[in-house]
Write a protein that binds this ligand. Structure first.
Ligand SMILES: Nc1nc2c(c(=O)[nH]1)N[C@H]1C(S)=C(S)[C@@H](COP(=O)(O)O)O[C@H]1N2
Ligand SMILES: [Mo]
Length: 257
């Protein structure tokens, strides 16, 4: 069980206490205005509504230059999935990796890294904000999720895109990390399935072979080690039913910044 995010209360206590002084290697201190409003607002619904009101969901996240990149970019959460299946894939440089895409789509499919590399891509230098108080800027390149969805063709009833990951989060391996976004975020131009970080192949510590970048949302939404994508109309029957590993433990589903 991953205990790095040990509950909202401790997180709040820690971030408020540390707000003035915290500096971690590979991280840049966040100014309060950057992310406190979205994270600290009272209820989840109120927060989502406020985020909607303040910035359009269609707006672009800020992008930076190569020179703005952080000298180091920490790994958060899982740094290497504890799974034999994953280790076997990694041992062969992910040559056998296939991203499964299914659920409410007209054309379910399997995509190799070569297939994903052939899809229209986007490169962006963006800032990652983890609720642990860590923030860092990196360059990401990946397939546009919109382009992948165009291939599999979501059915009209599809509302959410669920990302199932390789890392088991419980000792019995029954509860892998997962995350979800709505179709509006899925089709956003900056939403990519990243296979490169800082002009190199995505490292295992940061989610190899494929990790989601959903800019404008907090770090825990950016699923690493994505193995399967599922289009759904609700989260009923998926793990705790709240749309994500941390959401099942009380984090808000819409983590807009
Ligand atoms: N599969 C998986 N995805 C994950 C996590 C994880 O533990 N497992 N941690 C999340 C959190 S809390 C953050 S802040 C980012 C960290 O990404 P990084 O390791 O590239 O810094 O990945 C997110 N995606
Ligand atoms: Mo995080």
């Amino acid at each position: 069980m991953n205990r790095r995010h040990d509950g909202r209360r401790r997180f709040l206590a820690r971030t408020i206490g540390a707000a003035g002084t915290l500096f971690l290697a590979g991280c840049e201190r966040l100014s309060n205005s950057d992310w406190f409003p979205a994270v600290l607002s009272a209820g989840e619904k109120a927060s989502a509504a406020a985020a909607h009101a303040v910035t359009s969901r269609k707006s672009m996240a800020q992008e930076f230059t190569d020179a703005d990149r952080s000298p180091t970019f920490r790994s958060n959460g899982t740094a290497e999935p504890d799974s034999d299946a994953y280790r076997m894939l990694a041992a062969k440089g992910f040559a056998d990796y296939r991203l499964e895409v299914g659920g409410l789509v007209a054309q379910p499919g399997n995509f190799s890294l070569t297939d994903l590399g052939a899809l229209p891509s986007r490169t962006q230098v963006t800032r990652h904000d983890c609720v642990e108080g860590c923030s860092a800027i990196a360059k990401w390149k990946g397939a546009r999720l919109a382009a992948l969805l165009e291939v599999v063709r979501p059915k009209p009833e599809a509302r959410f895109v669920v990302f199932h990951c390789a890392d088991p989060m419980e000792d019995d391996g029954t509860s892998p990390y997962y995350e979800s976004i709505d179709l509006e975020d899925a089709l956003h131009p900056q939403t990519i399935l990243a296979y490169e970080m800082n002009d190199a192949v995505l490292p295992i510590a940061n989610g190899a072979p494929i990790r989601l970048r959903v800019e404008r949302q907090l770090g825990y939404k950016h699923a690493k080690y994505v193995m399967r994508i599922e289009l759904v109309d609700s989260f009923a029957g998926i793990a705790g039913g709240k749309g994500g590993y941390w959401e099942d433990q009380g984090y808000q589903w819409f983590a807009g910044i």
